[in-house]
Design a protein around this ligand. Structure first.
Ligand code: SF4
Length: 345
């Protein structure tokens, strides 16, 4: 039996089950009510500067916290036809950044094509990389490919110590991740004066909010350099969203109501004004349009009368669309907010 909720036949594999759980939360006021109190409801997009493409749920890892419920047994993958629709839509805009995520996005057969096409259009490309994918035999040339195309690597590394990282991501993952980081550094990624950008993403291992970004970044910088000779550009902290496998963990460990209360008590109007859905459009593996990767996993597509599929893309209609929100959004508005645009492989 695999680790995904789907393979375990866990009821929480269903998005509607998750939404009904989130809707019945006693630990916090409804999110929309809290936003209204802060004068922020309804929430509208301010434009699109990030075109996020989720190419599917297939991954070589099965991390405990995964908000995608990704894993090796997942078969959802974006086809070339849908990838072509994404590039067609992008070509009609001047959206500067393409953010490719999954699953392990690099394992989609169309990943390299998408990167090359976006680069031909002159767009900055980000790859949400789990690092261990760089160690897979058929991906031996992946790091060179990313460097050649000047792809920004946004790499998940929950912690700078093996025990905490392996507890969340699986046995031996920390060591392989460090090898991946060293490989990227050898190509110039994260090095001073290099234009190859390597950013790390840290998320808490348990049911608590992340530490202050500056403090944890300097710890990561010091420890990774000292023990492994690894350098990087920036470290982003993200709050674990109460959806999918992390939601299952919260419920199983009796932490669900307490965690929602913690998120709601940490509601920060400044973070709420800056949530990433306001400048992101997220495309699912089948081409459905969402406000963010989290809404995608909860099967909450764009609403309020705007196009819902990439084939009907219309920048004018989408730029200032109304955003679909629910109680999971408390994960984006707690404390300093999640600073990396949310989705991480
Ligand atoms: S979960 Fe998505 S829709 Fe909700 S606030 Fe965060 S980014 Fe916006």
């Amino acid at each position: 039996m695999g680790l995904t909720l789907l393979s375990r036949r866990d009821p929480l594999a269903s998005a509607s089950e998750q939404l009904s759980m989130l809707g019945a939360t006693r630990g916090c006021a409804p999110f929309d009510q809290r936003m209204a109190q802060a004068g922020l409801a309804p929430l509208y997009a301010t434009g699109i500067t990030v075109f996020q493409i989720n190419v599917g749920k297939f991954c070589n890892q099965s991390c405990r916290h995964c908000h995608v419920d990704a894993g090796p047994e997942r078969e959802e993958k974006m086809t070339r036809e849908t990838a072509q629709l994404c590039i067609d839509a992008l070509s009609k805009t001047d959206i500067p950044t393409v953010d490719i995520t999954g699953g392990a996005p690099e394992l989609n057969p169309n990943f390299r094509w998408l990167v090359e096409q976006a680069r031909v259009l002159g767009r900055h490309v980000m790859d949400r990389c789990n690092l261990t994918v760089l160690q897979l035999g058929p991906q031996a040339d992946l790091a060179e490919f990313l460097a050649r195309n000047q792809v920004e690597v946004v790499a998940s590394l929950p912690y700078f110590r093996p025990a905490q990282t392996d507890a969340q991501r699986g046995e031996g993952i920390f060591e392989k991740s460090i090898r991946g980081l060293q490989q990227l550094n050898q190509l110039g990624y994260g090095k001073p004066g290099s234009d190859l950008v390597l950013n790390l993403v840290h998320n808490p291992v348990g049911a608590f909010l992340p530490a202050k970004q500056e403090a944890i970044e300097s710890q990561f910088r010091r420890e990774l350099l000292k023990h492994y000779g690894v350098v990087f550009n920036n470290l982003y902290t993200i709050t674990n969203m109460p959806i999918s496998r992390f939601l299952a963990f919260l419920i199983d460990s009796g932490n669900y109501e307490g965690y929602m209360e913690r998120l709601a008590n940490a509601f920060n109007p400044a973070a709420a004004r800056g949530v990433m859905c306001r400048n992101t459009l997220s495309v699912g593996w089948e081409g459905t349009l969402y406000d963010c990767d989290f809404n995608q996993m909860l099967e909450l597509p764009l609403s309020y009368g705007v196009p819902r599929h990439i084939r009907d893309f219309d920048a004018q209609l989408l730029h200032h669309r109304r955003i679909v929100t629910a109680n999971h959004c408390y994960g984006c508005t707690a404390g300093a907010g999640s600073s990396c645009g949310g989705a991480v492989a």
